[in-house]
Design a protein around this ligand. Sequence first.
Ligand code: PLP
Length: 355
Amino acid sequence: MRPIQARISAGAMAHNLRVARRLAGAARVFAVVKANAYGHGLSRARRALAAADGFAVLTLEEAANLRQMGVEQPILLLEGIFGPDEIATCAELDLWPVLHYAAHLDWLQQQPPPRPIQVFLKFDSGMHRLGLPLAEHAATVARVKSLPGVAGITLMTHFAQADEAAGVDWQLQPFLRELAGHGLPWSSANSAALLRYPDTRGAWVRPGLMLYGASPFADVTAAELGLRPAMTLQSEIIGVQTLQAGEGVGYGQLFRADRTMRVGVVACGYADGYPRHALTGTPVQVGGHTSRTLGRVSMDMLCVDLSECPEAGVGSPVVLWGEGLPVDAVATAAGTSSYELLCALAARVPVEEVD
Ligand SMILES: *Cc1c(COP(=O)(O)O)cnc(C)c1O
């Protein structure tokens, strides 16, 4: 069997949820499990994260799957509903849609659910992606309050720079100032906000990335945040080459040896989810030593430097990211984020679930 495998740790996810819960204080915790639980598997994540107060997903299909798996906690639909026909399903399965666009209010008015539903009313506090205009909050909240199909309202917003130096205050303060008068529960925190800004907690927090053991911050590691990596992508060396000075390796011959050196060929490529943009020098673990990738990543293979790993050969274990090598370090070297790497784990990679 091809030796690549993703080991996914239920214990790490449960641990990271406990970290989130401690930070959340009195707030309730939605475990964000969109995108197949950031590549970790929806069903696996919901078992590992069973202690969450609720789950947050994108689509009705994901939500229905969770209900079928026996989830009884609230389920939040982060992107809302995509048509008026979805309102009845929200009532039937007790799903809480995010209402972020004026048409959603019209749909609710025109096709009220068979029984009233909980809604999250999302305001745009500056990210300018989804959300109703904050300036119109008074009329909007009054209108939603008057809808017979609405059982309860939680006010919501989302931060654009919670992971950066600019922080959250430029969005949080206007949001709280404008909406305080309504006396309604609210929700604003993603992982970065929950980890750094206790003021963002409100009634519900919405951590995603941190549950999987990655850091949202460029300058703080997941380990420093007390998080454990949930996914370890590992494989083995399946070939060894000795390059002479001046010889290149791989497509485009992007890496050329300046001396005689051993190169290991690893059974992992971009079709497995490893980033093709990872340049020479991306960290990789070979037999417990940190080494580096060489040249261009191919579809099914990549090359690693064995200069400092004299014992390594065909069959030596390789960790691409996870236990012993933070996914964030690989993401940085590849010019992307750990979000993208985790979500991109390919379906062809066999998963083994571990404690
Ligand atoms: C994805 C998402 C989250 C979770 O964000 P993380 O940065 O992964 O913690 C929270 N809220 C909304 C609206 C989201 O779309």
